[in-house]
Design a protein around this ligand. Structure first.
Ligand SMILES: [Zn+2]
Length: 293
């Protein structure tokens, strides 16, 4: 590894390490889904139901992730539709105020006849989000996009996206419960996402191990500590952090010093080693645990 790394790869964002983003990119690479299309929900917002289903994340999280991935060129935007938006806050939901209507020009009036939508001409609109009042002519067009994988980045993304399905299937075959990705409410009340959560018994309510994975083109710095904080917040018997390719010396020194964090750190040179490494350690940990109980 290492030799053929381009500067482009090195600049890849930490976004790729989010478990929900990994799952989405995997679905795109496998062509399980080819286009993420917007749909208008009952609240009058455009949402991405398919992406939400795959990622298991909130509407807000999914929209932000899609936009960030498009900004980084991993996804490409395609214009799906254009709607009128509030010039102040960008909200696309309005009330139409019928009082004090301005007179529309004769040309405008002619258009009104053509379309019901045009009856908004000259009207005062009130956005629902922040109650900004503006005339229809002040509204700004807002493009609503659908998203696709940037085919030019396919091979690059393939190198970064883990295929944990073989591992998940092997663990489930043992009769374990495996959540992938896993969403767990911490003691603080905050919800956390982990790459995997494992219970050694299918019907068990408790979590025996949570696992997070960070993949990077260079040694992972102390930003990895944030994952430790997250792990501390959840009730799980064992907490594992797997980093590819390694921790930086600084990060390792910090982890060594704060042993009380009670988080196992694993280092794998490449993504291809992850499945085997995790299978082995989880199996060993389960043996110890099952012997104890
Ligand atoms: Zn507004």
């Amino acid at each position: 590894m290492g030799e053929e790394k381009s500067s482009e790869e090195a600049s890849f964002s930490p976004l790729l390490n989010r478990s929900d983003v990994q799952v989405l990119l995997k679905a795109l690479i496998d062509n399980a889904v080819s286009e993420l299309k917007p749909e208008l929900n009952q609240a009058g917002e455009f949402i991405y139901p398919e992406a939400e289903k795959i990622m298991g994340s909130s509407t807000r999280n999914v929209k932000d992730a899609l936009e960030s991935l498009a900004d980084e060129g991993i996804l490409v935007r395609e214009e799906s539709t254009t709607v009128l938006a509030c010039p102040h806050c960008g909200d696309i939901r309005f009330l139409v105020d019928l009082s004090g209507t301005q007179t529309a020009s004769p040309e405008a009036r002619a258009k009104v006849i053509e379309s019901i939508v045009s009856s908004l001409l000259g009207r005062r609109l009130i956005c629902l989000a922040e109650k900004h009042v503006f005339h229809e002519g002040e509204g700004v067009p807002k493009k609503i996009y659908s998203y696709k994988l940037n085919e030019g980045k396919r091979s690059l993304v393939e190198k970064w996206v883990m295929d944990l399905k073989p591992l998940v299937e092997a663990l489930r075959a043992k009769g374990w419960r495996v959540d992938y990705p896993a969403r767990i409410i911490g003691r603080s009340g905050v919800e956390h996402v982990f790459t995997l959560a494992v219970s050694y018994r299918e019907d068990s309510d408790s979590v025996d191990a949570v696992i997070d994975i960070i993949v990077s083109s260079k040694p992972v710095d102390e930003s990895a500590l944030s994952i430790v904080l997250k792990a501390m917040d959840v009730k799980a018997d064992k907490k594992l952090l797997l980093v590819v390719p390694s921790l930086s010396d600084r990060a390792r020194a910090l982890f060594d010093y704060y042993k009380t964090y009670d988080v196992y750190i694993l280092e794998c040179q490449t993504i291809s080693e992850i499945n085997d490494a995790l299978f082995e350690i989880l199996t060993s940990l389960a043996k110890i645990k099952l012997r104890e109980t």
